[in-house]
Design a protein around this ligand. Structure first.
Ligand SMILES: CC(C)(COP(=O)(O)OP(=O)(O)OC[C@H]1O[C@@H](n2cnc3c(N)ncnc32)[C@H](O)[C@@H]1OP(=O)(O)O)[C@@H](O)C(=O)NCCC(=O)NCCS
Length: 223
């Protein structure tokens, strides 16, 4: 299915990510990045730039053909984004080679003294990073991350972004896609279920390990 054939959400269109969208993506990430909720002011992870280096920058720099934004027709505001890759195994290698040093530089120059809570979090995450969803890479080689501004949710934007991403994967001949969310993310769980994603596994660890009651849920869909 080509991009133009994906049904549109009212007043919103989807287009490929462009460099000028970087700060909007960073802002949306931070306002929805803690198990689907706002991160700012929680004292959990205040270094926005470091958070983006870990969660979005690798895709934006090295997988731009799998990155899309949803834009308000009226004023051009970016209301949401979807980012990911068609080949998770390859992406993990790219991430290690090309993003680790960028993350280390940020930690060394800024985070450890200005945002110690973020620095500690990244250290814990780096130790657990090998525990990825690798068991699913053969059947579900792609993966995704999706975030919609809180004020724009429940308007069909998430569905528009997912359909666009899936159409891109199908065009590229990718057989399946997976993602990791949390049992505590009360918006994401019904969203993925509605869009035909199945629970593949539950596991401890991932980015928010140590947060009370959090268990990571791996969802997948064959395309
Ligand atoms: C999860 C998320 C991407 C959904 O995006 P959205 O634009 O609000 O979703 P849509 O409007 O396209 O919803 C499609 C369907 O999913 C289900 N759904 C979406 N949000 C839901 C919610 N909060 N509660 C229950 N069902 C929900 C509904 O069935 C909905 O269809 P309906 O509105 O016709 O009933 C959005 O809530 C979000 O960005 N959350 C914060 C970031 C996040 O958690 N991302 C996922 C991390 S893994």
């Amino acid at each position: 299915m080509k991009l133009a054939q994906v049904p549109a959400a009212c007043g919103i269109h989807c287009r490929p990510y462009g460099r000028g969208d970087r700060s909007a993506v960073r802002g949306i990430l931070h306002s929805t990045g803690f198990l689907g909720e706002e991160l700012a002011g929680k004292g959990l992870f205040e270094d926005k730039r470091l958070f983006a280096l870990v969660n979005t920058e690798g895709y934006l720099r090295f997988q731009p053909s799998f990155c899309f934004v949803a834009v308000d027709d009226a004023d051009g505001t970016v209301a949401g984004y979807i980012i990911g890759t068609g080949d998770s195994r390859r992406y993990e290698k790219t991430f290690r080679r090309r993003m680790y040093w960028r993350i280390a530089v940020r930690c060394f120059l800024v985070s450890w003294w200005r945002h110690p809570e973020s620095f500690r979090h990244v250290l814990a995450w780096a130790r657990a990073y090998s525990d990825s969803a690798e068991a699913f890479f053969d059947g579900y080689p792609a993966h995704l991350h999706i975030n919609v501004l809180p004020t724009c949710q429940r308007r069909g934007i998430g569905e528009l972004l997912i359909r666009t991403f899936e159409a891109t994967l199908r065009d590229a001949g990718v057989a399946g896609v997976h993602l990791i969310t949390s049992n505590r993310n009360s918006k994401a769980l019904p969203f993925y279920a509605k869009l035909g994603y199945d629970v593949l596994a539950q596991k401890p660890g991932t980015f928010w390990q140590g947060v009370e009651g959090h268990v990571a849920i791996v969802f997948g869909k064959r395309l």
